[in-house]
Ligand binder design. Structure first.
Ligand code: AMP
Length: 443
């Protein structure tokens, strides 16, 4: 098996990885790093949670820090374009962590906040600029940032970028880049629009594809609870009495719903907060930070706001509402089970949501077990709308890199309170081994 020491990374980067507790590269890192160090372009088909941030950050840190060049005024040497502010902040932080023993400068720009600090942080030029497209275009148009001497360009989450309507801004930005550059494009999925963009941007790229949706879903213990819509909130409170839910990310379909759930939890004494698009950037960052450092136990989020949240040790993902796009389900449950850890995902399903559940099961290519550990579960909804299927899921951990124990706290929290991997009737909340309403045992 490859280890980081096989990858020819310079010592300051190795030391930083040791400090992070990383031992084994994830599959995308093992494949991407050698090719990127040689200056190749890359098409990465991978979602968050696969270790893709380090896969591009480590080689770029090495290339930029050893080339001997310095940033020019107002110019970044490497640009990482990403769709959301949260992702931008996280990538910026990761560059700081992995590059902490190197003298590389970095800045992050995104909308929704004043631009003054962003203008001054980029005025003298930076080695790394992480940006969302709208704000970057604004700053370029005002003459605060230039891209004509860029050395490396990373387009992150290209599919989501297009879904969010950034195609125009992305194309305008791309048109300003110098022809001679290293380009990387990452996308969880490859619709034609992304393939077209990749073809126009990349020169003879290496293609690295990791953990397609179905396999990443296999690492998460998933279960569904059939429940009447009105009873979802009390079911959630009930579940949260179980202290093995140390850090739970709860998804709702609407912003309003997220607020309501967070407020209700707070009333019952559970420390919770909500993040969604209507909250100010400051409030979102504050909620994320409280969740990260354990001040709050539950974070309630909408899909967009939670996109790419990178918090270690999320023990449980709870789908308070099922998403109507199966892809969102895969992204949501991927927030637990990061980089090889295992996680637990529980979905509430009311009578109107059973169609969504069927679509999800088709996409992940396996049935979601009914969580029988709880009295709320509603057999009528389950049997009428969710015909039983033989459950033939194997629980294989084919995940990515490994962290040495003690690398970071909370990484193994998801293991608590989990039942045996097979056999029905246990009271574990994990869902594995739960029975279908008839009592049929999972295979
Ligand atoms: P990403 O897909 O870049 O969002 O990374 C997902 C998570 O995996 C982050 O929390 C990283 O800190 C972590 N991670 C990345 N690479 C490794 C590795 N080789 N070993 C252990 N953890 C890693």
């Amino acid at each position: 098996m490859t280890t980081f020491s096989d990858l020819n990374l310079i010592e300051p980067i190795q030391t930083a990885l040791d400090a992070e507790g990383y031992v084994t590269p994830t599959p995308i890192q093992a494949q991407a790093i050698p090719a990127l160090l040689q200056g190749r372009d890359m098409l990465g088909i991978a979602q968050t949670g696969t270790g893709k941030t380090a896969a591009f950050t480590l080689p770029l840190l090495q290339i930029l820090s050893t080339s001997g060049r310095k940033p020019m005024p107002r110019s970044p040497r490497a640009l990482i374009l990403t769709p959301t502010r949260e992702l931008a902040v996280q990538i910026h932080e990761s560059i700081g962590n992995y590059g902490k023993n190197l003298k590389m400068s970095r800045a992050v720009v995104f909308g929704g906040v004043g631009q003054g600090a962003q203008v001054s942080s980029t005025a003298r030029g930076v080695d790394f600029l992480v940006a969302t497209p709208g704000r970057l275009m604004d700053l370029i148009e005002q003459g605060h940032i230039k891209l004509d001497v860029l050395e490396a360009f990373v387009l992150d989450e290209a599919d989501r970028m297009l879904d969010m309507g950034f195609i125009h801004a992305v194309k305008r930005i791309v048109a300003m880049l110098p022809k001679q550059r290293q380009t990387l494009l990452f996308s969880a999925t490859m619709p034609d629009s992304v393939a077209g963009l990749a073809a126009s941007l990349l020169r003879d790229p290496i293609r690295v594809e990791v953990t397609p949706a179905a396999t990443s879903a296999e690492r998460v213990q998933q279960s569904v609870m059939f429940v009447e819509k009105e009873k979802k909130r009390s079911l959630l409170s009930e579940l949260l009495r179980d202290q093995s839910l140390v850090r739970a990310l709860v998804f709702t379909r609407t912003k309003h719903g997220a607020n309501r759930v967070a407020e209700q939890l707070a009333k019952t004494g559970v420390k919770a907060d909500a993040i969604h698009g209507n909250k100010s950037q400051g409030a979102r960052q504050k909620a994320l930070e409280s969740f990260r450092n354990g001040k709050i136990r539950v974070l309630v989020a909408t899909d967009i706001a939670a996109r790419g949240i990178d918090i270690d040790g999320i023990s449980h993902v709870i789908n308070f509402d099922l998403p109507n796009e199966p892809e969102s389900y895969v992204h949501r449950i991927g927030r637990t089970a990061r980089a090889g850890a295992e996680g637990i995902a529980v979905s509430f399903c009311d009578a109107e949501e059973t169609g969504y559940l069927r679509d999800i099961e088709k996409t992940i290519r396996m049935p979601v077990a009914v969580n029988a550990a709880h009295p709320f579960h509603n057999e009528q909804i389950a049997t009428a709308k969710h015909p039983q299927k033989p459950a033939a899921r194997s629980h294989n951990n084919n995940g990515g890199g490994n962290r040495r124990p003690g690398g970071r706290p909370g990484q193994h929290a998801a293991g608590q309170g989990r039942g045996p991997k097979q056999g029905g009737g246990q009271k574990s909340f994990g869902g594995n081994g739960a029975r279908r309403p008839s009592g049929e045992a999972r295979a």
